[in-house]
Design a protein around this ligand. Structure first.
Ligand SMILES: [Zn+2]
Length: 80
């Protein structure tokens, strides 16, 4: 029997998005390191519909994911 699938990438549920720190305590699967690794978040683009971020492996710097952060507009609603 073949049993060499290795660890599956861990997927996080998308309900923890309300954090805006540059450093995010999260892990993504890195294909180079072949394991879940801590990631660094880089701002790639600022678009009208949100900021585009890229996640890179903290060890080897490979891109392991990206995300669109739709902040700004929603939070402009808050009045002080
Ligand atoms: Zn890596």
């Amino acid at each position: 029997m073949k049993d060499d699938l290795g660890p599956m990438p861990r997927r996080r549920p998308a309900h923890k998005q309300a954090q805006f720190e540059q450093f995010e305590a999260m892990e993504l699967y890195c294909p180079k390191c072949r394991k879940a690794v801590p990631v660094r978040k880089f701002l790639l683009l600022i678009l009208p519909e949100g900021d585009k971020y890229e996640y890179r492996c903290a060890y080897c710097g490979s891109k392991v994911g990206d995300k669109m952060d739709r902040s700004g507009q929603f939070y402009g609603i808050l009045r002080t």
